[in-house]
Design a protein around this ligand. Structure first.
Ligand code: FAD
Length: 401
């Protein structure tokens, strides 16, 4: 239900803000055409006197019109010059997982792309499982903005009513999904590490109580069922060559004035700049067993020799051996490299959830009962301070030879 109260001062700001041309001024008051309105809330946002209000039903219980599993397609942005405009890996992970959910529900898997242009998305996303691609084209999407993105996606949700909507638990996904959930008055489970369908409902699993239990969360009273999912948790399925999704171009008007935050300047923190452990193929991590910052440097040297990046346990970060941006685990970054080497890390559950999907894990620990060995392909029982330099020496010799 949307209403314009007597507070309306006839300022007309809501008229261009409406993406559907649903508002007209009649006798200097805003009048909303309910046939055209999708309840996206763009007018509520721009009204300076809070004259427009939307009341949403907490639970209508009849969700039969909500169908399909949707995935928000995230692009690399202008801060990453090498990859600008590329689809982020997490989107392929979500499509792969979304495909399984859609098959279990017997519904479509749909990708939602907000972009300035179509870069063959029906093919690129189709091969990773999408049946349909909803594409909204607008130059305003080049730079991520909460207001612009949420307005466009709200309109799509209200138009097509998805049953499930998945976002990457990335910086942008963690900003956009809660904004949408709050505006739609629906639930959102953050940072999921597992998804499944049971009795037609989305089971959203995530660690709870410090990672000691896995909680299964459902949202039976609202739609869409929304989750953010950690990057590197879901495996990417093999692409189906030649599968092409149906491309649906959506006409949604975007008013620039919705943009309440303007980015004036971007600065890259040089200390954090080069670190991208979430995308690394090789990670060499050190824990408390490395003893101190000075001795931890051998981890950095080994990472450099292998052409990898440095990871760290939380204990190592707390002790100041390495910056937080290198932390692997539940309260750090989830990684899934081809090779993960762990030196002097015990393998607490909070560390394991962040690296156990790595292809090959090699762990070095002087305690033969260390939990890290339960996920390691190769267990080396010994002193990290002796083994790491020997490994560097052997690798250098091999390179020379
Ligand atoms: C809510 C919450 C979130 C958390 N999030 C994270 C997270 O994101 N990431 C994370 O890592 N932790 C996290 N933790 C902390 C976690 O519980 C552990 O405390 C931490 O992972 C331990 O780090 P560690 O393995 O380096 O240290 P320790 O557990 O102290 O282990 C040190 C290991 O080094 C070995 N060792 C010692 N000397 C040597 C040597 N010379 N050579 C070889 N091995 C040696 C020891 O045998 C031991 O196994 C979290 C905890 C909580 C409660």
């Amino acid at each position: 239900m949307i209403e314009v109260s007597v507070k309306c001062i006839g300022c007309t700001k809501c008229v261009p803000a409406c993406p559907f041309g649903a508002i007209a001024m009649v006798s200097k008051k805003a009048v909303i055409n309910l046939e055209a309105c999708t309840f996206c809330g763009a007018c509520v946002q721009v009204c300076p006197v809070e004259a427009i209000s939307i009341t949403r039903e907490v639970s209508s219980k009849d969700f039969s019109s909500y169908k399909g599993v949707w995935v928000w397609v995230e692009f690399e942005d202008s801060t990453n010059l090498d990859k600008q405009g590329e689809i982020k890996k997490v989107s392929y992970e979500l499509l792969s997982e979304g495909r399984k959910l859609a098959d279990q529900l017997g519904q479509d898997l749909c990708a939602v792309a907000l972009s300035d242009k179509n870069s063959n998305y029906e093919k690129v996303l189709g091969e990773y499982g999408a049946d349909k691609v909803y594409l909204v084209e607008n130059a305003e999407f080049v730079q991520y903005n909460t207001d612009i993105y949420s307005t466009a996606i709200m309109a799509l949700i209200n138009r097509h009513k998805p049953a499930v909507f998945l976002f990457g638990a990335t910086v942008k996904g963690r900003d956009l999904a809660p904004r949408l959930a709050a505006a739609l008055y629906v639930g959102l489970t953050a940072d999921c590490t597992g998804l499944a369908i049971r009795d037609g409902l989305l089971i959203q699993s995530r660690p709870a109580f410090g990672g000691n239990i896995m909680a299964d969360i459902i949202a039976p009273n609202s739609r869409p069922q929304m989750s953010t999912v950690r990057p590197n948790v879901m495996k990417i399925s093999r692409p189906v060559t030649g599968k092409i999704a149906i491309l649906i171009r959506e006409d949604i008007k975007i008013d620039k004035n919705l943009r309440r935050v303007k980015i004036l300047e971007r600065k890259i923190d040089e200390n954090q700049g080069g670190v991208k452990i979430e995308n690394a193929n090789i990670i060499v991590s050190g824990g408390r067993g490395m003893k101190n910052k000075e001795k931890f440097k051998i981890i950095e040297e080994l990472a450099q020799t292998l052409g990898g990046v440095v990871g760290a346990s939380r204990a190592a970060v707390d002790l100041g051996f390495k910056e937080k941006s290198h932390q692997v685990g539940q309260s750090g970054t989830t990684v899934s490299p081809r090779l993960y080497l762990a030196f002097g890390i015990s393998g607490a559950v909070q560390h394991l959830v962040g690296m156990k999907t790595s292809d090959i894990i090699i762990a070095v620990n002087k305690d033969p009962n260390a939990s890290i060995f339960s996920v390691a392909k190769y267990a080396v029982i010994g002193d990290a301070h002796e083994i790491a330099p020997k490994l560097i020496e052997a690798l250098r010799k091999r390179k020379k030879g």
